[in-house]
Design a protein around this ligand. Structure first.
Ligand SMILES: [Zn+2]
Length: 412
C-alpha cells in the first residue's frame, strides 16, 4: 500500500463529521464523544498487524513489532477543546496512521514502530493539560493535587477517569511505555501565523518555549475619585498599566521570539468613584533560551521596582507556574529539515509557543522532534482553524520521510 496522503485528508473530514457540530470539534477528553473518536481511530488501524493496548493513564498504543524492540513512536491527541478545530492533535494521528500503513505493508521493519494517542492533551475539562504524556514521561509532579480537581459540573477528576477505565492511583505506571522508546515524532498544526507569513507549508520545530507565570500585586491607596488631586494619588493600576506597556520594550530588547503577556488585571475596590487600591496582574513570559527567559523576568522585576517607586506604591510577586525551555534533538531536527526540503523545497526552523505532548516525551529523555504545518490565519482552538488540503498532504509526506530517516538512524 503506497502512501496516500489524500486519504488522510478524507479521514480528517470523516472525523469532523463524526465528532463535531456547527460550533466545531467536541472531542473533550473523558467524554462520550472522545470515546467515540478513540474507537474511530482504532477502526482505521484494524486489519494491520499491530498489537493494541491502553496504558495505565488511558493512552492508546498500537505497536508494529520490528526486528529490534527499540521503538520509533509517532504520537498525537484525539481530544479537542470544546468548539475546537478539525486538525489540532488529530492530524498528527491520522497522518501517522497513513505512515504506519505504508511501513507495515513493507513487512517487518528493522525497529519497532508505535503510534500513541495521548489522553487529555488539552486539559479542557479539568484545566490540567498533557495528562497522559506527563504520566508516561514521569513528570506528573501534581499527581496528588489531581484528586481534588473538579469540572464545571462538580464531577471529580478521578471519577471521570474511572468511567473511562483509568485509575488515577496507577496512572504513573504508564511510564513503562517509554522504556524502549528510541525516538518520538509528532506532526502538528503550527497554531500561529509564522509559516503562513513566510509562505512556507512546513517547518521543523526546535523545541518548546520555557514559560514563567507570575502574579504581580500592586498596592496603592483607595481614595475618592472627586476629591483626590492627581498628584496626591497612589494608584495601583498605574503600576500595572506601565508594566503592561513596558513588556513590549522588554520583548524588543530580548529578541529571538520573546513574548510577554499581561493577561489580566483585577482591580479593587473596582468601582468608578475610587482610585485603585490593589491591582493583581497576571504575567506570562516565554522564550526558547533559558538565559534569555531568566533575563526577561529580571527586567520585569527591575521595571516593577522603578514604577513602584515613581508611583509611590508597593509591589509584590507570586510565582504561579514555570517550565524550562525544552529543546528537541539536533539529529532529528536535521532529519525534519531534510524531509521538509524533499517534499516542499524549503524548510524553516521555528520554536513552539504552545506546549505539546512532545515536550513531555522530550523531558523524559527520548530524542524528539516535531513538524509544524501552516495554520491559515494562525487560528486554532476555534472552528475557524484550517490548513489547505495540499499542505496537509505535504505534511503527511514529510512525516513519512521523517519516519523513514528516523527508523534507519535508530536501526544503526
Ligand atoms: Zn494539539
Amino acid at each position: 500500500m503506497p502512501l496516500d496522503p489524500s486519504r488522510s485528508v478524507a479521514e480528517l473530514r470523516e472525523l469532523r463529521e463524526l465528532t463535531g457540530d456547527d460550533d466545531g470539534a467536541q472531542r473533550v477528553a473523558w467524554t462520550p464523544t472522545w470515546a467515540k473518536a478513540k474507537e474511530w481511530l482504532g477502526s482505521k488501524l484494524a486489519g494491520l498487524p499491530l498489537e493494541y493496548e491502553v496504558d495505565a493513564a488511558g493512552n492508546q498504543w498500537w505497536t508494529l513489532r520490528g526486528d529490534s524492540d527499540r521503538a520509533v513512536i509517532m504520537g498525537g491527541h484525539i481530544d479537542s477543546v470544546p468548539n475546537g478545530g478539525w486538525l489540532d492533535g488529530c492530524l498528527n494521528l491520522v497522518g501517522a496512521v497513513e505512515v504506519l500503513r505504508r511501513i507495515s505493508e513493507e513487512g517487518t521493519p528493522p525497529v519497532t514502530v508505535r503510534l500513541v494517542n495521548w489522553a487529555d492533551e488539552e486539559g479542557a475539562r479539568f484545566g490540567r493539560s498533557l495528562f497522559g504524556s506527563s504520566a508516561a514521561a514521569g513528570s506528573m509532579a501534581d499527581h496528588d493535587d489531581l484528586r481534588a480537581l473538579r469540572d464545571s459540573d462538580g464531577v471529580a477528576l478521578p471519577d471521570a477517569l474511572r468511567e473511562h477505565g483509568v485509575d488515577l492511583d496507577n496512572a504513573l505506571d504508564a511510564h513503562e511505555e517509554l522504556e524502549s522508546a528510541a525516538a518520538y515524532l509528532e506532526l502538528h498544526i503550527e497554531q500561529g501565523p509564522v509559516l503562513e507569513s513566510m509562505a512556507l507549508p512546513l517547518g521543523a520545530v526546535l523545541g518548546t518555549f520555557g514559560v514563567e507565570r507570575h502574579r504581580i500585586i500592586w498596592r496603592g491607596q483607595a481614595a475618592h475619585a472627586g476629591s483626590t488631586p492627581m498628584a496626591e494619588r497612589r494608584d495601583a493600576l498605574a503600576g500595572a498599566a506601565r508594566l503592561a506597556l513596558e513588556l513590549r520594550e522588554i520583548a524588543e530588547r530580548t529578541g529571538d521570539g520573546a513574548v510577554l503577556t499581561s493577561g489580566d488585571v483585577q482591580c479593587k475596590p473596582g468601582i468608578v468613584t475610587s482610585v485603585v487600591e490593589t491591582a493583581e496582574q497576571l504575567l506570562d513570559l516565554r522564550h526558547l533560551d533559558a538565559a534569555k527567559l531568566a533575563s526577561m523576568w529580571e527586567q520585569v522585576r527591575e521595571a516593577c521596582e522603578v514604577f513602584a517607586a515613581e508611583e509611590r506604591i508597593e509591589v509584590e510577586y507570586e510565582p504561579i507556574w514555570r517550565i524550562e525551555p525544552i529543546l528537541f534533538d539536533e539529529t532529528l531536527i536535521g532529519f525534519a529539515n531534510e524531509a521538509i526540503r524533499e517534499v516542499a523545497g524549503t524548510s524553516l526552523e521555528l520554536p513552539s509557543g504552545p506546549l505539546h505532548d512532545a515536550a513531555e516525551v522530550s523531558r523524559a529523555g527520548v530524542p524528539t522532534v516535531m513538524l509544524f504545518v501552516q495554520s491559515l490565519r494562525g487560528l486554532s482552538h476555534t472552528k475557524l482553524e484550517d490548513t489547505k488540503p495540499e499542505h496537509l498532504e505535504l505534511a503527511v509526506q514529510a512525516l513519512d520521510r521523517l519516519a523513514t530517516k528516523t527508523l534507519a538512524w535508530v536501526a544503526e
